[in-house]
Design a protein around this ligand. Structure first.
Ligand SMILES: *Cc1c(COP(=O)(O)O)cnc(C)c1O
Length: 395
């Protein structure tokens, strides 16, 4: 029998949809023109570029002219923060962000502190991973120019009160950027309703190709370019466009918009089955992230008396692909900064498992995990002297 393979790491990346690849293919061969050329080869490609831009804009209710393509979510975050900081530094040097951001935001902020004289406040989050709005208000200074708070967390799935945060920023005349890489395509994101100024997105998290993303820049926002060169993207992001990638991103955005309600319903139901099953069947387990206010496909658990890496390897042997935190931190021994920020001890954080669901998952996949995970956890715990102490009924 062929080994069952269950992919539950959609927060790390998603498989490309067939329709997405089909849409992209011609742009690798017959439609190879450079969008900047004035001849027909260029014009064909230019129009595909603009169609993709419309699709991305529609997904988030932006104007088409507010979408700028980048080489991914990381570049979009870098551009938003550095670009805004450099263009507005005469107004102040203070930036507010959170302790649970993706490294694309955190390391960018640290760079601005270290080399460019900016001052950054990193807000705490509560045990569910939610930013304290009172602390946010109190941390605003006369010199604050930018607030950057992620829409939804990639590790624990918690969704932030984005509308309230944007409102606070607006009242104080501060720009608001959000890393919405995990949120777009998974929850409703409407930049007009939420009053967002800058927003980062990534194609490969929504079933599109890797190496493509976009930054939403609200009309009127002052931003320096991050990449200098030619006049592409209205002179704000130079470099010959990755047309095939952008076309794929556009197609993925269109599919995400059309399927959003079904996608949310399906994943929420699978997630609930998974979370309830795991909490039911496995003692000494906690769910990380907000119980309900979380990404439809995100489940993140901490199992006491367990080492996360060992758990991942055992799951992998059964064909189950999960993550022990964010893919970028595996290989380092430090526990995830997000799990530390929600107050977990080192030991508990080390026993964490993120299972992130997506379009290809089925009820059977969840059943397969619920059949196998409890056994694996029990087997690994048997090797822990601490666990033995606890189960022998001592103190
Ligand atoms: C994946 C991810 C990014 C980085 O996007 P890339 O396109 O992989 O560069 C940034 N922020 C969050 C929250 C992510 O999940």
């Amino acid at each position: 029998m062929e080994k069952r393979k269950v992919y539950m790491d959609y927060a790390a990346t998603t498989p490309m949809k067939k329709e997405v690849l089909d849409a992209m293919m011609p742009y690798y061969t017959e439609l190879f023109g450079n969008a900047s050329s004035i001849h027909c080869f260029g014009r064909e490609v230019k129009s595909a570029l603009e169609t993709a831009r419309e699709e991305v804009a529609k997904l988030i209710n932006a104007n088409t002219s507010e979408i700028y393509f980048t080489a991914g979510g990381t570049e979009a975050d870098n551009w938003a923060i550095k670009g805004y900081a450099f263009a507005n530094k005469e107004r102040g040097n203070h930036i507010i962000t959170t302790k649970i951001e993706h490294h694309a935001v955190l390391h960018t902020c640290e760079y601005l502190e270290k080399y460019h004289g900016f001052e950054v406040t990193y807000l705490d989050v509560d045990k569910d991973g939610i930013v304290d709005l009172k602390q946010l208000r109190e941390s605003i200074k006369d010199t604050t120019i930018l607030i950057s708070v992620m829409f939804a967390n990639n590790e624990i799935g918690t969704i932030q009160p984005i509308k309230e945060i944007a409102q606070i920023a607006k009242e104080k005349g501060i720009a608001f950027h959000t890393d919405a890489v995990q949120a777009v395509g998974n929850v409703k994101v409407d930049v007009k309703e939420l009053d967002i100024d800058l927003m980062a997105m990534s194609s490969h998290k929504i079933y599109g190709p890797k190496g493509v993303g976009a930054l939403y820049v609200k009309k009127g926002i002052k931003l320096h370019p991050l990449v200098h060169g030619g006049a592409q993207e209205k002179k704000r992001r130079a470099g010959t466009e990755n047309i095939a990638g952008i076309v794929g991103f556009g197609k993925a955005a269109q599919i995400a918009r059309i399927n959003l309600d079904n996608h949310i319903e399906k994943l929420t139901s699978l997630r609930e089955k998974l979370i309830n099953g795991v909490l039911d069947k496995i003692p000494y387990t906690r769910l990380n992230g907000h119980r309900t206010n979380r990404l439809p496909g995100n489940a993140n658990f901490s199992f006491e008396f367990i080492e996360g890496e060992a758990l991942l390897l055992s799951l992998d042997m059964l064909g189950i692909a999960g993550s022990s935190g964010s893919a970028c931190t595996s290989g380092s021994l430090d526990p995830s900064h997000v799990l530390m920020a929600i107050g977990l001890s080192h030991e508990i954080a080390h026993g964490s498992l993120r299972l992130s669901l997506g379009d290809m998952n089925t009820e059977e996949d969840v059943d397969y995990v619920l059949d196998n995970l409890p056994k694996i956890v029990e087997r690994l715990r048997m090797m822990s002297p601490l666990y033995e102490k606890v189960t022998k009924g001592g103190n």
